[in-house]
Design a protein around this ligand. Structure first.
Ligand SMILES: [Zn+2]
Length: 63
């Protein structure tokens, strides 16, 4: 899980520094992240949980 958190997929809108997915601000200039980046981060974390839940329900309904 730590590798996912260390993944840098955003650039700072102020200085262009590659930002971590986690955290609230740029590591270089400390500009606060745009709100949507935090939302994407939560979606990335939640997607596997949701997928497992949906697959589990489907399997149970088929048996
Ligand atoms: Zn920055």
């Amino acid at each position: 899980m730590s590798s996912l958190i260390q993944l840098r997929m955003f650039r700072c809108h102020e200085c262009g520094h590659k930002m971590r997915l986690s955290g609230e601000a740029c590591g270089r200039c400390h500009a606060i992240k745009p709100r949507y980046q935090g939302v994407i981060y939560r979606l990335v974390l939640l997607t596997p949980v949701i997928l497992v839940g949906v697959i589990g329900i489907l399997v149970l309904s088929l048996v």
